[in-house]
Design a protein around this ligand. Structure first.
Ligand code: FES
Ligand code: FE2
Length: 327
C-alpha cells in the first residue's frame, strides 16, 4: 500500500500551537512520516513538505523574507504558493514550472495550526471555549511517546483504567464500576455522553471524592475533547483537549490543551503540574501496548462493555477506510 494514498492523509491534524511559530520563522515538524516545514511570513502560516525540489535540503533551515522562503543550500526562493521565483546562481533565468514545493493545507484558528497533507473533506474543528472570557486556556503538556496515535486517543476515551493508572486522582478506590453511557455518532466521529465516574480528585478544585460527568467528543481523526462537569451537569469546569500528531505509525506527539473556569482559585503552575502528572502516568502503559498498531479486526483483542467508545472509534476508522497505523 502506498502510504500517501491512504485516507489518513485526508484528515486534519493539530500540528502546532499558533504561538510556537513567530513571524518570519520556519520550523521542522513531522506528520504521518512526512517532514513538514511550518513557516510564517508577516502573519500567515503555511505548511509544506520540508524538502527542497532542487537537491532535497530541509527548507526549515532556510530564511523567511516577507512572504517568501529561501532554501538554505543554493538560495532558491519560493513564493507563498510554493513556486520558485528566483535562482541566485542564474539571476536572469525564469525558474522552471517544476521548481515547486509540495504544499499542504494549513488553517490557523483558535490558537491552533491545523494541517492536512491530502484533500480535506471539511474544515477543521472549532474550539468554542478558546477566547470565551469564562475560561482560561493553556497548553498543559507536550510530549513524544513511542505509541500509536490511535492507541493514545483510545486511552484518552477510556475510563476503566482510572483506578489502576491514576489511583490518587481520577480513580476512586474500590468503586471502579463503569456505568453504561450513550454514544451519539456523526460524520466526523462521535460523542460519548453521560459518562459518570466517582473520582478522588477530578481537578485541583475538587474537595474530596465526588461524582463527575464527562462528555467525550472525537473532533478529528486523532483529536478529542473531554468536557468535565459536576454531577448536576452544569457548564463544564474543565475542557480538556488531546491533540495527537501521528509522527509515524508507531510514534506520536501529544499536546494536552485545557480551558478551565477556576483560574482565580488556583495557580497556572499547579494546573499544569496536576494535568502533566496524570498524563505521565499513562505513558508507560501506552508504550507497553502490543501490537503497537491499532488492531481493527475484532478477533485480535477482547472487549468489555466499558469499551463502547473504543469500539466506536475502531468502527469510525474502518468506515473511513484508514490503513495507516492499523493492523
Ligand atoms: S537544495 Fe534547495 S536550492 Fe538547492
Ligand atoms: Fe489515563
Amino acid at each position: 500500500m502506498s502510504a500517501h494514498a491512504d485516507n489518513a492523509f485526508d484528515q486534519w491534524y493539530m500540528l502546532a500551537m499558533s504561538d510556537e511559530l513567530a513571524p518570519r520563522q520556519a520550523r521542522r515538524y513531522q506528520l504521518l512520516g512526512l517532514p513538514v516545514v511550518l513557516w510564517r511570513g508577516e502573519h500567515e502560516a503555511r505548511a509544506w513538505l520540508d524538502q527542497c525540489p532542487h537537491r532535497g535540503a530541509a527548507l526549515s533551515l532556510g530564511a523567511v523574507s516577507g512572504e517568501s522562503l529561501a532554501c538554505p543550500y543554493h538560495g532558491w526562493q519560493f513564493d507563498a504558493a510554493g513556486r520558485c521565483r528566483h535562482y541566485p546562481a542564474h539571476p536572469g533565468r525564469e525558474p522552471s514550472e517544476q521548481a515547486r514545493v509540495r504544499t499542504f493545507h494549513c488553517l490557523e484558528q483558535d490558537g491552533c495550526l491545523w494541517v492536512c497533507p491530502g484533500t480535506p473533506r471539511r474544515p477543521p474543528p472549532r474550539l468554542p471555549e478558546v477566547g470565551d472570557p469564562a475560561y482560561r486556556s493553556l497548553l498543559v503538556c507536550e510530549t513524544t511517546v513511542a505509541a500509536n496515535a490511535y492507541r493514545v486517543i483510545e486511552n484518552f476515551l477510556d475510563m476503566a483504567h482510572f483506578g489502576f493508572v491514576h489511583p490518587g486522582t481520577l480513580g476512586a478506590g474500590d468503586d471502579g464500576e463503569i456505568a453504561a453511557y450513550r454514544l451519539e455518532t456523526h460524520d466526523d466521529g462521535f460523542i460519548a455522553r453521560d459518562c459518570r465516574v466517582i473520582q478522588r480528585q477530578g481537578n485541583l478544585q475538587a474537595q474530596g471524592p465526588s461524582e463527575v460527568l464527562y462528555d467525550y467528543a472525537l473532533i478529528a481523526l486523532t483529536s478529542a475533547v473531554l468536557h468535565k462537569k459536576g454531577a448536576d451537569g452544569a457548564r463544564a469546569s474543565d475542557v480538556i483537549r488531546l491533540f495527537v500528531v501521528p509522527l509515524d505509525e508507531e510514534r506520536s506527539q501529544l499536546r494536552m490543551h485545557l480551558s478551565y473556569d477556576y483560574a482565580e482559585a488556583v495557580s497556572e503552575a499547579d494546573v499544569i503540574a496536576f494535568n502533566r502528572s496524570i498524563l505521565q502516568e499513562d505513558v508507560p502503559i501506552l508504550e507497553s501496548q502490543r501490537p503497537v498498531r491499532l488492531p481493527l479486526h475484532t478477533a485480535l483483542e477482547v472487549s468489555q462493555p466499558a469499551d463502547l467508545s473504543s469500539i466506536q472509534y475502531r468502527r469510525h476508522l474502518k468506515r473511513l477506510q484508514i490503513g495507516y497505523g492499523v493492523c
